[in-house]
Design a protein around this ligand. Structure first.
Ligand SMILES: Cc1cc2nc3c(=O)[nH]c(=O)nc-3n(C[C@H](O)[C@H](O)[C@H](O)COP(=O)(O)OP(=O)(O)OC[C@H]3O[C@@H](n4cnc5c(N)ncnc54)[C@H](O)[C@@H]3O)c2cc1C
Length: 433
């Protein structure tokens, strides 16, 4: 079942006519909360966020116990996968191939899908608030991804700056815009890429992007160069592998400057300033610092750092608000990275343990997996894979990590590129079929 704006009005009309919950007698929890959009007739899990974590949590909760109703809410009718969006810059993958919708969530798994912006959460009353009204839950799973800390960069205007200096850190229009700017740039132009300090979404993602942009320049605009301003003291992930790849394939093209955090941006002059020097670029890919998706703050589940959401590493239940579980990029689940593969793993584990709790059973101890493929050119990729377990102190620990060897063996890295293509096909299929 899919609920859209017209259905909301229909449901609201029916609710008003029959005097159902959420009408005159119910206290207003938010100015936009018109009424109960889906009066609850069964035990219910609501999932907010239909990306890498949320789709999987919704689907696996239904598989684990079909007697529990699952409602999946996203602001958009389709989602663009960030994984493999960097390949758009070298023309290996159109960003349209990364877009998926939610029709099979309903038809295959019986998940109810609702499209709208969740503007607040009332944890005490167990209500998710949208403009059109509210939806009640027994347990809530939040997987809202990230938002940006624009305020850390002087001169950054949240609306205008990303149009001039795209971050492309939420895939879709931003990815297309950055590619268009690269295509329009003259041969001989300077591309500047600014990486925020960790933690941010996808630790190796910016360095993979540097490879893709450098490959593009090498093959299409050989007089151009790429200046990488890194807000971290060194490459934040797969350091030896990316250094070796840059040395092997992009010598003289990539100018890497660690410990260079952008403090100021001037979109009109196309200048970024690190406090030490101001650098001009014809194209500037400015990726701001990050925090949990805004709804996490509205739900009251942010930790003391005011950025990420502390959770129990077994059930993902928020340390701040009971019956709200947080997974994916928004959660603090160190040492797991903020990756789509991690969000997928957490989505399954969280769904199972939420169902266990709802059925009065003990939560299961998780074993988590993350594998991350990064392309260094169209045919070769490097990987990092880790297995995580709960340690004797009750915390999640990195049990075993393996990486591609640093000599960029052509046979192995071509195999890894092949596995990567299989991975993206399988994970997107799992989210959409
Ligand atoms: C360039 C790039 C490359 C990457 N490559 C890889 C890779 O190769 N492998 C990998 O594993 N990971 C990769 N990642 C990381 C991956 O994209 C994220 O870790 C993953 O998407 C996190 O999943 P999530 O469910 O937390 O958030 P998302 O997948 O972003 O989903 C969040 C959803 O919540 C919705 N939402 C948020 N707030 C609201 C609200 N208030 N109301 C309604 N809906 C809301 C959004 O619309 C969105 O659909 C990459 C990231 C980038 C930027």
């Amino acid at each position: 079942m899919t609920v859209n704006r017209r259905d909301f009005i229909r449901i609201l009309g029916a609710a008003a006519a029959t005097g159902l919950a959420g009408c005159a007698g119910a206290p207003a929890v938010h100015s936009g909360a018109a009424g109960d959009l889906l009066p609850q007739r069964a035990r219910r899990i609501v999932v907010v966020g239909g990306g890498f974590g949320g789709t999987i949590a919704a689907k696996y909760a239904r598989m684990a116990d079909p007697s529990i109703e699952v409602v999946l809410i996203d602001r958009d009718r389709s989602h663009f996968s960030c994984p493999f969006s960097n390949l758009h810059f070298i023309g290996k993958r159109d960003i349209g191939e990364n877009e998926f919708g939610y029709s099979k969530m309903a038809s295959t798994w019986g998940v109810k899908t609702v499209f709208g912006e969740v503007s607040a959460i009332d944890g005490a009353a167990r209500k998710v608030i949208l403009d059109e009204g509210f939806i009640t839950y027994d347990r809530l799973i939040l997987s809202p991804g990230i938002d940006f800390r624009f305020d850390e960069i002087e001169g950054y205007d949240a609306k205008r700056t990303p149009l001039a200096m795209p971050h492309a850190w939420k895939a879709g229009e931003q990815t297309r815009l950055l590619k268009k700017q690269l295509d329009a740039m003259e041969n001989g132009g300077t591309v500047v890429m600014a990486i925020p300090p960790a933690p941010y979404r996808c630790p190796p993602g910016p360095y993979e992007r540097a490879c893709m942009i450098a490959h593009y320049l090498k093959t299409q605009k050989p007089k151009s160069k790429l200046i990488v301003l890194d807000g971290n003291d060194q490459i934040a992930s797969k350091g030896k592998l990316f250094s070796a790849a840059w040395e092997t394939f992009y010598k003289g093209i990539i100018d890497y400057r660690p410990a260079h955090k952008v403090a100021k941006a001037d979109a009109q002059a196309m200048l970024v300033d690190t406090g030490v020097e101001a650098i001009k670029g014809q194209v500037i890919n400015l990726i701001p610092s990050q925090k949990a998706g805004l709804i996490a703050a509205a739900a009251g589940v942010l930790g003391d750092d005011k950025r990420w959401c502390p959770v129990d590493p077994i059930t993902y239940e928020s340390a701040k608000v009971p019956r709200i579980h947080v997974i994916g990029d928004a959660a603090s689940i160190a040492p797991m990275p903020k990756s789509g593969n991690a969000a997928n793993s957490q989505g399954k584990m969280c769904a199972y343990n939420v169902v266990q709790l709802m059925n009065g059973k003990e939560p299961m101890l998780p074993t988590m997996v993350n594998v991350c493929y990064s392309y260094i050119n169209p045919e070769q990729a490097v990987t990092i894979s880790s297995v995580y377990k709960i340690g004797p102190d009750g915390k999640l620990t990195d049990n075993k990590t393996t990486k591609t060897t640093a000599n960029i063996d052509p046979y192995i890295t071509k195999l890894e590129a092949k596995y990567g293509t299989g991975w993206i096909t399988a994970i997107l299929d799992e989210m959409t079929s």
